[in-house]
Design a protein around this ligand. Structure first.
Ligand code: NAD
Length: 339
């Protein structure tokens, strides 16, 4: 029987991991709190830990895990910016992730956010429930014929581009590793980042969080954008400098923002803080704008994605137990490809 300590467990993690087990000899120890150095001891006796985006798998945490002879970290997500890969490598701890559980889930949520923000569906929903059937303040714009800039044309960016094309939008792309053949087949074109910013009515971020993408939307890059631009970020919060974004919203330079991720989401997103005082002033300010729509990192949350996350996690766990290779492309290594 393999024992796995699962951190930051939500009801759906429990349901889908147990549902995908299909007779495999796995015993899950579910914890609702996140993994960090301070709480590693609860994993005593486990062969692996299973974590999500906001667990802090830094060097001290990995050293403590190795001290308990835990040599496997199973990420229930694609991003791995919360894991110190150098430390994992040095300590002999394998790190695996789920690189593509459902790029459709995130791309479709991107469209959902854009439509909701632009057509003010969230406001209309509340109004109608109050028997207020007026339309004042609910004017949006047609997506048809507008230009959208897609930053990052990996798995999610490509599907988002396809969906944008479905609305009859002009799609501009940027990516350090462009795929011209795909772009041509899509009727879209690659342009430099600055040109994309200058030309787009909507900018949608699908790039990973890397040292060179942190704060890619900042005071100077936001200044390049069209007045009234709508920004959608379903990728990683730290791609945007929140302070710069707030200033641009206040001045009216940015016309709307839809976020599924936020720079400082750790400890806030995924939690019920409805009875507490929100300590993050920037998040509180963002929430106060009528033209900002925020969801709490839920873009991945579809049945299909949860099933795939559980399947890959369990297959990798069983492979580890047998001493077999992990599923192709799931191991994250120090000098491997970036997520
Ligand atoms: P991917 O690895 O398939 O694609 C990322 C693309 O970004 C690659 O083509 C890469 O070359 C490109 N890129 C790298 N640096 C860039 C830069 N400076 N400018 C433009 N492009 C750049 O990843 P993916 O599966 O498409 O996921 C994209 C991001 O979405 C992930 O990094 C992850 O953080 C995020 N994500 C969010 C959720 C959610 O629930 N909100 C779920 C899954 C993934």
């Amino acid at each position: 029987m393999m024992l796995v300590s699962v951190f930051d467990t939500k009801s759906y993690d429990r349901e889908y991991l147990m549902g995908a087990q299909k007779g495999a000899q796995i015993s899950w120890r579910f914890h609702e709190f996140r993994l960090s150095e301070e709480c590693v001891s609860v994993a005593q006796g486990a062969e692996a830990v299973c974590v999500f985006v906001n667990d802090r798998v830094d060097r001290p945490c990995l050293a403590a895990l190795a001290g308990l002879n835990i040599r496997l970290v199973l990420l229930r997500c694609a991003g791995f910016n919360n894991v110190d890969l150098d430390a994992a490598d040095e300590l002999g701890v394998a790190v695996v992730r789920v690189p593509a559980y459902s790029p459709h889930s995130v791309a479709e949520h991107t469209i959902g956010l854009l439509l909701t923000l632009n057509r003010k569906i969230h406001r209309a929903y509340n109004r109608v429930r109050e028997m207020n059937f007026s339309l004042g303040g609910l004017v949006g714009f047609d997506l048809f014929g507008k230009t959208v800039g897609v930053v990052g044309t990996g798995k999610i960016g490509r599907i988002a581009s396809q969906l944008f094309r479905g609305f009859g939008m002009d799609v501009l792309l940027c990516d350090p590793v462009p795929d011209q053949t795909w772009a041509k087949s899509m009727g879209a074109r690659y342009v430099p980042f600055e040109v994309l910013l200058e030309s787009s009515d909507i900018v949608s971020l699908h790039a990973p969080l890397l040292p060179d993408t942190i704060g890619m939307l900042n005071v100077s890059t936001i200044a390049l954008m069209k007045k009234g631009v709508v920004i959608v970020n379903t990728s990683r919060g730290k791609l945007i400098d929140s302070g710069a974004l707030i200033q641009a919203l206040k001045s009216g330079h940015v016309g709307g923002v839809a976020l599924d991720v936020y720079e400082e989401e750790e400890g806030v997103f995924f939690e019920d803080l409805s009875g507490e005082v929100l300590a993050d002033d920037e998040l509180a300010r963002l929430l106060s704008f009528p033209n900002v729509l925020i969801t709490s990192h839920q873009a991945f949350l579809t049945r299909e994605a949860l099933s795939e996350i559980s399947r890959v996690t369990i297959e990798n766990l069983l492979a580890f137990q047998r001493g077999a290779p992990f599923l192709e492309g799931t191991q994250v290594e120090r000098n491997g490809p970036t997520g």
